[in-house]
Design a protein around this ligand. Structure first.
Ligand code: FEO
Length: 399
């Protein structure tokens, strides 16, 4: 069995999950996901995070390949979400003398999920744990991703065990480290993971980034996806950008349409944006594309244009789900355009306007609402809406 070490006696124990279709039973995993755990072999043996419960045996195989029957002394719990803590009960059964290590918010949550936490050690923010040659320090990063989330730093090697932070969707295709892949192929899944799983907590991420600046980090070892040892600035710069709602020149058009009339409106807007030279342009059917891809692109591009047909005096349900998710995530600082089909009593555009008020994005032009099929007058209004959006983007980004 391959033993993968980050440095000397610090080992990677990650597993590929190619079979789970939906992360958190909601987010599609077309490329799977990994659960990364780590082992430090010192005077004390220390396991950092575990894996999803069904991979417990794989975790034990990897541990035994490294330390044989020697017991594990500590389990550091950086985050209690069960994708990382799912094997805790099995770990405690296998290593009954093990001490669970977490902060004051960690242990009560572990108790809620797994019962007995009698043999546990509560560490302070900035506190340390001596393993022999290695000293670990612990740094809380609340809400990246849960309130108890923390990172563990190994001072001699400069390895940061960051749990969800700097993680990604996608399994390993043989490669484990960032310098073993083409990062351009990997970026979409890094961004979709951040924006959808942690993206509600951008201000918290900003605070975490400031806090971590105080550490001399040489490697970042997250609990999902690639390990970062050669391209730290690649991932750190992206986290800085995404968590500050900094966007690129481009437009995401999303429509919800039953019989194609609102879709035609979306195409008319898209055509005019292309005429105006907007090259980063995405048009999504909210009924077809999972929300996670749309949210990720909204984090990427400054312009957002949303259209909905009327549906029982409301927005079309897939569009409603999208705008609720945008509101829920508190995504800031976009240009917004609205359009839709009135059908027999309206409801799509009217409710999109309520969304616009709630989200406080800058409306670039009056919403465009058509009754039934698209006709010349409203076609011209859609062209004007596209022109207004293109004009705003030129103001911000130039031609
Ligand atoms: Fe990967 Fe928030 O758990």
């Amino acid at each position: 069995m391959h033993k993968i070490n980050l440095s000397g006696d610090i080992y990677f124990l990650g597993v590929n999950d190619r079979r789970t279709a939906l992360f958190e039973n909601f987010w599609p995993l077309p490329n799977g996901v990994t659960y990364n755990s780590y082992l430090i072999v010192d005077e004390k043996v220390c396991l950092i995070d575990t894996v999803e419960r069904k991979f417990s045996d794989d975790l034990f195989e990897k541990i035994e390949a490294i330390i044989g029957k020697r017991p594990v002394d500590y389990l550091i719990i950086n985050h209690v979400e069960p994708d990382h803590s799912g094997a805790i009960r099995a770990v405690k059964e296998k290593y009954p003398g093990i001490t669970l290590v977490g902060n004051k918010k960690t242990i009560p949550i572990v108790t809620n999920f797994y019962g007995d936490t009698e043999n546990s050690l509560i560490v302070e923010d900035g506190g340390t744990l001596d393993l022999g040659k290695h000293e670990l320090s612990f740094h809380t990063i609340p809400m990246v991703h849960w309130p108890e989330s923390m990172v563990t730093f190994e001072s001699e090697t400069g390895i940061l065990f960051s749990n969800d932070a700097f993680g990604s969707f996608g399994t390993f295709g043989g490669a484990v480290f960032d310098d073993e892949v083409d990062l351009n192929l990997y970026e979409e899944e890094v961004m979709r993971y951040y924006t959808n799983i942690v993206g509600k907590y951008c201000p918290h991420t900003q605070r975490a980034l400031v806090k971590l600046e105080n550490l001399k980090i040489n490697q970042i070892a997250p609990s999902h996806g690639l390990l970062w040892r050669s391209n730290l600035s690649w991932i750190l710069e992206r986290y800085q950008k995404w968590s500050s709602y900094s966007t690129d020149n481009g437009v995401v058009i999303v429509f919800g349409s039953m019989y194609g009339h609102t879709e035609k409106m979306a195409d008319a807007i898209g055509r005019q944006l292309a005429n105006r030279g907007v090259k980063n342009l995405r048009i999504y059917d909210a009924s077809k594309t999972h929300i996670s891809y749309i949210i990720s692109d909204i984090f990427k591009y400054k312009g957002v244009i949303i259209g909905s047909c009327a549906y029982n005096n409301e927005m079309f349900p897939p569009v409603e789900a999208l705008v609720r998710e945008i509101e829920h995530k508190g995504i800031k600082d976009h240009y917004l355009g609205l359009f839709g089909s009135y059908s027999w009593n309206g409801g799509g555009v009217k409710n999109l306007e309520k969304f616009a008020e709630a989200v406080k994005w800058e409306i670039v032009d009056s919403p465009v609402e058509e009754k039934g099929a698209l006709k010349e007058e409203k076609y011209a209004a859609l062209v004007a809406l596209a022109n207004a959006m293109a004009g705003k983007l030129v103001e911000d980004f130039g031609k």
